[in-house]
Design a protein around this ligand. Structure first.
Ligand code: GUN
Ligand code: ZN
Length: 430
């Protein structure tokens, strides 16, 4: 029999989407709250007094004034870029050629992939991230390495083999057929095994021939419950390049749509410079847009239109895009999303930022029935945040008049020092 564990602290639950419901009706905050965890699941949430009285046998961990909430979910990342994060001075295509592709070639060595996968999951967990959706490299062993490392940690994960059969160096090319065959074998090996989900992963249209996109569209049709992750309309130069490579396409999205790569379960990273047709098709099929704010400023891509896209009803997740993104931290990512919101006329409320990094990303990954919220019967992936982790944050948060004012300085200035504990699958990380 497993023992029940009662965690005490401030608690935050979302009862609705705070973009479409007033904040007070969309959130439940307990100043002295409790979460009952057993067998990898959240069994109950409530006040500390009520849950202590009802569960006298439970083991107690008291986190004091720290905030207990759902673990953070990074809906788009590249674990193989861990070693080249924060590389200077390039925009997208040059950045790929100068830093990214040479590093990804190194993943031909399975032991390098294993070492990087473990390091990446350690770094993200130290930042309170409990699920990531990650690209791997073209090498199947790079996919096995990440799924294995996640399984060893009991961690829910989305990943897939990155497919490229043109416009990349020799050591990083597959073919339409091998991309299909390798992706299919990996999908059959990992999808739905334990806490793993497979995402079919064409890197982006410029590095796939029409034949490869078609093969991957066929694979997705054969395995419709998988996800599909890629990039869309990140930089204007990239969009011009796509026009030259696919002269018959109506727009960038059409290069995916034509080959069966546009429907629900699609995850489109960046999605910054969208045409009206692209927006309306993405909305119609309910594909997910993944906002990567630190990446969009770091590589100089542009400003994601969060306010307008949310108002139009798009399904939106939040992500680091490591290592085009400049941080492993979803706190830092929320801060960047806030700043980009300021530049695009939408002051994102702290509740909206926290929702994006949990429920929003879970919805994007179509895992919101299982993760992303502090609620009974969700999986027990949690982060515990010290809301006064540094002197700079503490002196601001102690003046707070309400919970949102207390949490906002940690969103804006916090990092891994704010993470008191990360729980994965009902267990605190050592
Ligand atoms: N577009 C194609 N590949 C990549 C990548 O690795 N990172 C980012 N940010 N954009 C891409
Ligand atoms: Zn990316």
């Amino acid at each position: 029999m497993t023992t029940a564990h009662l965690l005490l602290g401030q608690t935050l639950t979302f009862t609705a989407d705070p973009f479409h419901t007033p904040i007070s009706g969309a959130t439940r905050h307990e100043r002295r709250g409790a979460v009952l965890v057993e067998g990898g699941k959240i069994i109950a949430t409530g006040t500390a007094d009520d849950l202590r009285a009802a569960h006298r046998q439970a083991k107690i961990t008291d986190y004091g004034d720290a905030l207990i909430m759902a673990g953070l979910i990074d809906a788009h990342a590249h674990y193989p870029q861990t070693g080249i994060i924060a590389s200077w001075g390039k925009r997208l295509i040059d950045w790929l050629n100068t830093y990214t592709f040479p590093e990804e070639i190194r993943f031909a060595d399975p032991s390098y992939a294993e070492q990087t996968a473990a390091r990446y999951l350690d770094l993200t967990a130290a930042n309170g991230t409990t699920t990531v959706a990650s690209f791997c490299t073209i090498h199947p062993a790079s996919v096995d390495a990440l799924f294995q490392a996640a399984a060893a940690r009991g961690q829910r994960i989305v990943a897939g083999k990155t497919c490229m059969d043109r416009n990349a160096p020799d050591g990083l090319l597959d073919t339409a057929q091998s991309a299909y065959d390798d992706s299919r074998a990996l999908l059959e090996k990992w999808h739905g095994v334990g806490r793993a989900s497979y995402a079919i992963t064409p890197r982006f249209s410029p590095t796939s021939t029409p034949e490869q996109l078609e093969a991957l569209g066929t694979l997705w049709a054969e395995h419709p419950d998988c996800l599909m992750q890629t990039h869309l309309s990140e930089q204007t130069d990239e969009i011009e390049w796509v026009k030259r490579l696919f002269p018959k396409a109506r727009d960038y999205l059409d290069t995916y749509e034509t080959f069966g790569l546009l429907r629900e379960g699609g995850l489109f990273g960046h999605a910054i410079h969208l045409t009206e047709r692209e927006k309306s098709r993405l909305r119609e099929v309910d594909a997910a847009l993944i906002h990567c704010p630190t990446s969009n400023t770091f590589i100089g891509s542009g400003l994601f239109q969060m306010g307008a896209l949310m108002a139009a009803g798009h399904r939106i997740g939040l992500a680091t895009d490591t290592g085009g993104g400049s941080s492993f931290s979803m706190l830092r990512t929320m801060a960047a999303a806030y700043e980009i919101g300021q530049l695009t006329g939408t002051s994102l409320h702290p509740a909206q930022l926290l929702w994006l990094a949990t429920c929003g990303s879970a919805r994007a990954l179509r895992l919101d029935d299982r993760i992303g919220n502090l609620a009974a019967w969700k999986e027990a992936d949690l982060v515990v945040l010290d809301l006064a982790a540094t002197p700079a944050i503490a002196q601001r948060s102690e003046r707070a008049n309400d919970f949102w004012e207390q949490v906002f300085p940690t969103i804006m200035m916090g990092d891994d020092r704010a993470v008191v504990a990360t729980w994965i699958n009902g267990k605190p990380l050592p």
